[in-house]
Design a protein. Sequence first.
Length: 138
Amino acid sequence: MESLLDSCTLINLPREANRQGSVTEVHRLVDVPFDIARVYYLYDVPGGASRGGHSHKELKQLVVAASGSFDVMLDDGRERKTIHLNRPYLGLYVVPGVWRELHNFSSGGICLVLASMPYDANEYIRGYENFLAYRKLK
């Protein structure tokens, strides 16, 4: 049985770099494998704090370290892996049904998230035991 974690991949985003700096443009359905319905970012995360701690039923995300760095722990109910993000041109594609936690934010770290759906509280699976029960139903 294939792990959902195999579908969570790193995506190199296009970047233009020169002496004046760098720019990355992201186009829906071209650079990101879904239509972007929402963009949000996490910042001023206190040292030692974690974010995430949930899964989604249908939502797809691209997670980018827009500034600084942080770790993304992914869990499909059978396996876990941690991805360190620290480049603003590298995005982590996270598929539905994967538990995610964000840890180890650097000072000034900014997590930019491109999401496939608008915010919907009913779309979240909160509580790890609830997540495991949801995965068993799948």
